[in-house]
Design a protein around this ligand. Sequence first.
Ligand code: FES
Ligand code: FES
Length: 1001
Amino acid sequence: MYIEFNLNGSQVGMEVSAGSTLLSVLREHLGLFGVKHGCETGECGACAVLLDGVPVNACVILIPQVQGRNIETIESMGEHPEQGWRLTKGLDPIQQAFIETGAIQCGYCTPAMVLVARSLLKRNPSPSEEEVRDALSGVLCRCTGYIKPVQAVLRAAAMLRGEDVEPVWGALPSPTEFIPAPDDGDRDLTGAPGDSEVLTSTRVMPQMKTIVDLETRQSVGRPEPKVDAVKLVQGKPAFTLDVEMRGMLVAKVLHSPFPHAKIKSIDVSEARALPGVAAVLTWEDLPRVIYSTAGQSDPIPGPLDSFSLDNKVRFVGDRVAFVAAETEEIAEEALNRIKVEYELLPVILDPEEAMIEGATQIHDEHEFVDFADSDASRNLAAEIRIDIGDVDKGFKEADTIIEGTYQVPKVSQAAIEPHAVLTYWDEDDRLVIRTSTQVPFHVRRQLAPVLDLPIKRIRVVKPRIGGGFGGKQEVLIEDVAAHLTIATGRPVRYEYTREEEFAASRSRHPMKIKMKTGVKKDGTITANEMIALSDTGAYGCHALTVTGNTGHKSMALYVGDGPYRESPNIRFYADVVYTNTSPSGAYRGYGVPQGFWPLERHMEKISRQLELDPIEFRLKNALRAGELHPFSTAWSEGREPRPEIINTCGLVECAEQGASAAGWSEKFRNPVWHEIPGQPHLRRGIGLALVMQGTAIPYLDMGGASIKMNDDGSFNLLVGATDLGTGSDTVLAQQAAEVLGVPIEDIIVYSSDTDFTPFDKGAYASSTTYISGAAVVQAAQGVAERIKIRAAKMLSEGGFDPISHTELRMANRSVFTPDGRSISLKDIALSSLHHEDQEQIMAVGSYMSPVSPPPFAAQFAEVLVDIETGQVQVERLVMAVDAGIIVNPLTASGQVEGGMTQALGYAVCEEMRYDQDGQPLELDFRDYHIFAAHEMPELQTIFVETFEPSHPFGVKAVAEIPMDGVAPAVGNAVLDACGADLHEIPLTPERIWRALKKTNS
Ligand code: FES
Ligand code: FES
C-alpha cells in the first residue's frame, strides 16, 4: 500500500506492506535507528515515538494507522551544539537535563524516555514527581532505578519554564562526619502510609563521606557527564544493529520444543527450496567442535559441553537448526518447513533428581571435557569442597547450633537491548563480528576453533551495549550469524526476540542452600557452614565459578571473634548439577546474591534467637581491615589461591551511616513505628544486611589501554574494556584526564575492537574501574613522562636554567614549572609531531592485579506488609557503600540505584519457572515483571570512602555489590514487620501469607 505521513516535520510517502509495523518502517525503511526495541509486543516501551504528540509503542502500531498523521522520533530533537561551521540549535533542554543528571546509563531506553518527557511537558509544564513517574512508567529501564530520569524530567521542566537551575552538584562534597536521616526529621513515625512525601522523593547525587579534598583533583571524584551521553540522548546509531548493509540476510533459529530428546532425523529440503532462503544449517553441516559458551579467560574454568548444533537437545529452547533468508518473514516460514523427528528422553527438572543414582545422563557425548571435578556420568558440572580451619571442632565448641535451608530462584538479566550480532566478510576476507558483548576478546578466541578460522582472521567489534548484567558475558549467538555468513558469503544479522531471551538465554543459577552455624552465648561465631545445590541447567557455562563465588564472597564476611577471628572455621561445599532447563550463567553479582540471601537471613535468625543487637552481632564477627581474606588461601577462580590481606574495610562506618540515614534506632523495636493507627492489617518493618564483594579476579584478569597525543593536545584513549552502560568509558577517561591535566572532553575514548584496542578481559567481576583503570593510569603516566621531557627542554630554552622534567606539573592543558612558567599541551604536540625531534607521543599500559580488594556495604530496607493478603510494599532502601574512592559520584550512584532496583525484583517478584513438562512459564515482560518508574520505593545511596592502596586513585568496585543485600534486608524487614520467616525468594504475597499462617499456627 502507499502511505503518507508527516515525519519529524517533513512529508513522507512510500510503498510498504500493509502488515508492516511503524517500528519496522522507521528502522528498516527509513533508517531512523534512534527508535529502539526490546520486545516487539508492546511491553518495554523502548520503541516509543510520538503520534500526534502522544507516546505510542511503534512495534504495535500498524502502518495504515499512521496515514496522514504526525510522527516524531528522537531524530527530531536537538543537535550537538559544536558541529563546526554548521548552524545548529543545540540539544533540547530535556536532552541536556538527561545528560546533566546522569540519567543515561546504557542509553537504550533514553530516546523513548526523552520523547515521553517531551509529550508530558507539552501537556503539563509543571508536573509533580508522581506525574513524571506515571508518564515514564511505560518505558522500562533495567539500568537506572529511575531516580535520575525522573529528576531529569523535573529539571527539564524548570528549564523550559525559564527558571534558573542550579548545577546538579553545586558545591563539591566536603568531608562529612555524619549523615543523618534527612527526610525522617519531618516524618511522623506514627503516620499512615502515603502521608509522607518521602516515598517518591529523589536525590540525584549520593550522600558522601569523602576522604580526599576534591579541590586538589581535576577530574577523579567529580560528577562528570558520561562521555557517550550526547550520542545516546540523540539516539544516534550507536548500537549493534543500528546499521544497514547491502545484501544483509536475517538469521533465525529453530529451537527445541522438548526438554530432552535425540534428533532422529531432520529434513530441511522444503526449507532450503523456499525462495529467499539463503542457507539452512543443521548439526550435519557443521564441524563438531566442543566448547564452552562462558566468556572467560583461558583455560575456561568449567566443562566443555556445548556444540553450535548437536544431534541432541537438552532444554526447551535448545538449538536445532539455523536459517538465513532475505527477510524475517521468509526466515520464519523456513523454520516452519523444517521437519524434525525426535526421540524423547527422560527429563530432569529437579536438581536433586539429577543426582540420584541411575538418573538419565544429560551429557553423554563422548567429546565432553571434564574440568576439575565435573563428572558427566553423575550430571555433575562442578563440585566444590572448601574447608577452612577445623569446622567440626568449631561446632563442638559452640553453645548453640542453628540450622536452616534457603532457596533462591532462577532469574533473568532482562537487559532491554536483546542479544544482537551482525557478521560479514571484510575486503581482506576476514570475518567481522559486530556484537553486543561484554567480552569481545573472549568471543574472538573462543569462536576461532568453533568456526575453524584462525584468530587472526576474526575481528570483533563491540559498539554501545544496551545493558548486559552478565548475560552478555557469553558467546551466545555470535556463532549462529558467523556460520551463516561463512555458508552464504553474505552479511547476516541475528537478534534474539524477547521470548528467546527468556527461553534460550542465560540466567542466574537457582540454588538450594543449607546453613549451619555454631555460636557462643555472647554471639561469637565458632563455625559457619554453607552447603549449596546449584542448578546449571542444560550446560555448565560458569557452573564452577558462579557457585564458587556464592561461598567465596559471602561466607568470607563472618570470620568469628576472639581466637576464631585469628583462625576462622568455615566450610563451603557445593554440587553444581545439570537439569533439562535453560542454562544458568553469569548475572551481576556472579553467585554472591545467592550466598547472601541465606547468610544474612541466617544471621538475623541467630541474632534474634540469642537476643543480640543485629548490627552489633554482625560487626562483632565481621572481617576487618588488616585481616586475611579467609578464602584467599582456599579457593580462587581458575588460578591457585594465594593469601590476600584486606587493606581497607569501611563496614563499621557503612553500618553507622546507613543506620543513621535509615533512622534505625528510632524504628527498630519501636512498636509505635511498626503499627499503623486505624489500619490493623498493616505492619511496618525494618531490616538490614551487611555484604561484601570482590574487585576483579586476582592473577587472572588483565586490562590494557593505549593513549596517543594529537596535534591540538587532545588524546585518543583506546581501551579493550567494555562499557555496557555502566559508565566505565567515562571513569577511565577521568583517570587519564587526572594524570594528563586536561578536562575530560580532551580524552577521546574508543572501546572496543579486537583489531585496534589493546586486550582486555572484558566487563565482568566488577573489574573495569580498578583493573582497566590501573592500565589507563599506567599508559597516561607513560605519555605524561614523554610530554614532561619535551616540556622541560622547551621551557629551558630562551636563557632559562635547565629544569628536570620530574619537577614539572600538568594541569589546565599545560605543563607548569615550580616557579609558574608554563607551556601548553598544544605547543608540545605541534613540536613533537611537526617541528623538532619528531615523535608520536603515545604509551601502552596493562595491568593484572595480585589482589581483589572487597567493597563492603550495609543495606537497609523498610517494608509495609498487609498481614491479611501477604502483600509487601518496599517503601525505602538505603545503601551505604565502601567502594574505595569514588571516581564519579553520578555514575557510581547510578550503579547503586540500578543495582538495588534489580535486586528488589530478585527479592519480591522476579522468578523463571517451568511446568512439569519443562516448558518455561515466563516468556515476556507481562509474566516476568521488572520494576517500572511508578512502582519504585525511595532509594538512598551513601558512599563511605576508603583509600584502597593497591590502586593509584584508591578505587574499589561498585557495580555488583548493590545486588547482594536487598533481598535479605527485605526478608529481615518482613520478619520484623509481621513475624513471617521466609526462606525462599521472591517474597510473593502467597509465600508471605503461607509463612504468616505457619507463624500464627
Ligand atoms: S514495546 Fe515496542 S519493542 Fe517493546
Ligand atoms: S539506561 Fe535504561 S535500559 Fe539502560
